[in-house]
Design a protein around this ligand. Structure first.
Ligand code: SF4
Ligand code: SF4
Length: 633
């Protein structure tokens, strides 16, 4: 059964084993969602992928927007037209959407509007660690965090009603562990419209006092939003939160979101049952009524939450104002950095309860580091036949390391590792162009003759590269930009973008990247096939002679897309082999090019191509200085 059939199951009470992200989609469908827009980003991407799979059959408009701010605005526009709508993003995506998010947080909604943000504690696939609950608090928007996939489904469903009832956008915060864990989900009923796959139409009624943030209106809206959050705080006394465990205990634990699951497990490891637990699903606003009830008779409490002390600060402020005498612990015992785990929570709780932990976390970390040090390091590399490798190889060949190489967020950040080592900067989406411009201007008049060669992917270019390129051209910058156009958003799972010409509804219109650069007035524009390394080299040499912004699109489909297409069609890849007679064992192919399909035979002291890894791109042919690589039978 495919994911579409599972998610669209009409049977209420049906059980399924879903990813947290899939459960959010099911919940949104049960909540009668009509509109979804997002830009992919791990760990949130499966929400978009699952919506894409069910869009037509569930009557939901689904869009891959070119960045998170645009997705946010599209979904908000749909909400203001009366449709229940949702957007999703990873935590750093909220930085991109922050301007819209902060400005419109006080405007309220018409159709329920849910913003799903997936944080990435421990930065498994992100450039930083940040806590979205702080962002929600800053925007004065309620935020909920589920503790299991089934709760993710339920919360997603109920948030549309909450959003409409209190006239507010709502943030649903997930984390990598919750988004990517599987758990049993019990389905609720699907609305009739969703079952029929009928798309709803909105209706926009003018309401400038509500939707126009001129100071005159904004000052009133701001006060309304502050009042609103207090009403929601009341509501949260009996929604999404509850007290459980030994209610007569003098010792309590407040556990928020996924930390609740770790706390439950940790207490069973420690064999502690006589404790009162406040299970919190709403880190902001914290429900004061429930806190009153929870702290009644309590002498000590610990707050367990992942990353920042969002709940802790609210609880301690409340306790100070109420003159609560109970001792309240939190981030002094629970780590503030990286992902929590049962091991880490057991260690914190053992300290809190003054007992010996069954887990020696310091020793476990010491052993882990020791083992890690003994395992041979496997450097991250581009896939076999990846067109990006060829571009970096050409840049290295032409400039050596005598250049400055700003890069960006995407597969091509792998150019940081040997054998390329051609990524000097990579910090956030679209940063390569802005940084290249800044460096270029800073070096004006200096003795440096180093060329600046920036790299950015096609999807990232549409996401955040366009304004930076316009700025660089306008301000007469001087650098070369390679757009590594592999016809997809590869790193997050091959979602489309405006340059691909395909969309979820299959009626996308292609925007040519090179046309944009020409229209903006780039000083040199060229399109090359990176498999043609001679042409790529010629374009780079030409660009080096140009004063201004040179723009080279290196266009070739992602090797993984190509390989799966060939396999599905039943065709075979071209074969490439290394002629043992001609191979001198110089290792140029391994040490400077680094296709993982090329291996080393230490007995023969010759290189060889592993047939099962090779996608037959033929790029390595021109890399071998001894013409030892050729097409085989
Ligand atoms: S570059 Fe050519 S000669 Fe050198 S190891 Fe590779 S295949 Fe052999
Ligand atoms: S042909 Fe050469 S470069 Fe291409 S995948 Fe095979 S081994 Fe790698």
């Amino acid at each position: 059964m495919n994911i579409k059939e599972i998610i669209l199951n009409k049977e209420a009470g049906k059980r399924a084993f879903l990813l947290g992200n899939e459960a959010i989609v099911r919940g949104a469908l049960e909540g009668n969602i009509s509109f979804f827009a997002a830009y992919p980003g791990t760990p949130s991407s499966e929400i978009l992928d699952t919506f894409s799979a069910i869009a037509k059959d569930a009557g939901v408009y689904v869009e891959v927007s070119s960045n998170e701010k645009i997705a946010y605005e599209a979904a908000l526009g749909a909400s203001w037209s009366g449709l229940r709508s949702m957007t999703s993003m990873k935590h750093v995506g909220l930085n991109v959407a922050a301007d819209a998010f902060m400005s419109t947080a006080m405007n309220g909604v018409k159709g329920g509007f849910v913003i799903v943000v997936a944080d990435d504690p421990s930065m498994w696939s992100s450039q930083n660690e940040q806590d979205t609950r702080l962002f929600a608090k800053l925007a004065n928007l309620p935020v909920v965090e589920p503790s299991s996939p089934d709760e993710a489904r339920l919360f997603a469903k109920e948030l549309f009603e909450l959003s409409e009832k209190f006239d507010t956008a709502v943030v649903l915060r997930s984390t990598t562990r919750l988004s990517h864990m599987r758990g049993e989900v019990v389905f609720g009923p699907l609305p009739e419209r969703t079952q029929a796959g009928k798309r709803a139409s909105g209706d926009f009624s003018k309401n400038p006092e509500k939707f126009v943030n001129l100071p005159l209106n904004a000052r009133i809206l701001r006060l309304e939003s502050l009042k609103r959050i207090e009403k929601i705080r009341e509501e949260f006394n009996h929604k999404f939160n509850y007290i459980e465990g030994d209610k007569s205990s003098k010792v309590g634990v407040i556990a928020s979101g996924l930390a609740y699951a770790y706390v439950k497990e940790a207490l069973s490891w420690l064999d502690i049952n006589d404790v009162k637990i406040l299970k919190l699903g709403t880190p902001f606003p914290v429900p004061f009524g429930l806190l009153n009830e929870f702290f009644n008779g309590l002498e000590r409490a610990i707050i367990v939450e992942e990353l920042e002390p969002v709940v802790e600060e609210q609880v301690k402020t409340w306790a100070f104002d109420k003159n609560i005498k109970a001792e309240i612990r939190g981030k002094d015992l629970v780590p503030r950095y990286y992902e929590l785990s049962t091991d880490r929570v057991v260690t914190s709780l053992a300290k809190f309860f003054g007992i010996k932990s069954p887990v020696d976390i310091e020793r476990a970390e010491f052993i882990e580091k020791n083992i890690e040090a003994k395992i041979p390091r496997r450097p991250l590399v581009f896939c076999p036949a990846c067109p990006h490798r060829n571009v970096f190889y050409v840049i290295k060949k032409v400039t050596g390391y005598n250049g400055i190489y700003p890069s960006d967020i995407g597969c091509y950040t792998l150019g940081y590792y040997p054998p390329m080592k051609l990524v000097d900067t990579s910090t956030h989406m679209g940063s390569s162009i802005g940084l290249a411009h800044g460096i270029s201007k800073a070096l004006e008049g200096s003795a440096s003759k180093k060329p600046i060669i920036a790299t950015i992917g096609d999807s990232t270019f549409f996401h955040a590269g366009l304004p930076a390129l316009a700025n660089a051209i306008y301000n007469r910058s001087n650098f070369i930009l390679f757009v590594l156009d592999n016809r997809t958003t590869a790193m997050t799972g091959h979602q489309p973008h405006p340059g691909t010409g395909y969309s979820i509804s299959n009626n996308g219109k292609e925007i040519k990247i090179e046309d944009i650069a020409k229209a903006m007035g780039a000083d040199y524009v060229e399109v090359v096939d990176p498999y043609d390394m001679k042409a790529t080299e010629q374009a780079l040499r030409k660009a080096l002679s140009v004063n201004g912004v040179s723009f080279i699109v290196a266009r070739r489909e992602c090797a993984l897309l190509y390989a799966s297409r060939v396999r599905r069609s039943g065709q075979k890849f071209k074969r490439y082999v290394i002629d043992e007679e001609k191979c001198t064992g110089c290792k140029t192919c391994i040490l400077t090019f680094g296709c993982p399909a090329i291996s080393w035979n230490s007995d023969k002291k010759k290189a060889f191509i592993q047939e099962d890894l090779c996608y037959g791109c033929g790029s390595c042919v021109s890399v071998c200085p001894f013409n030892a690589i050729h097409e085989g039978e």
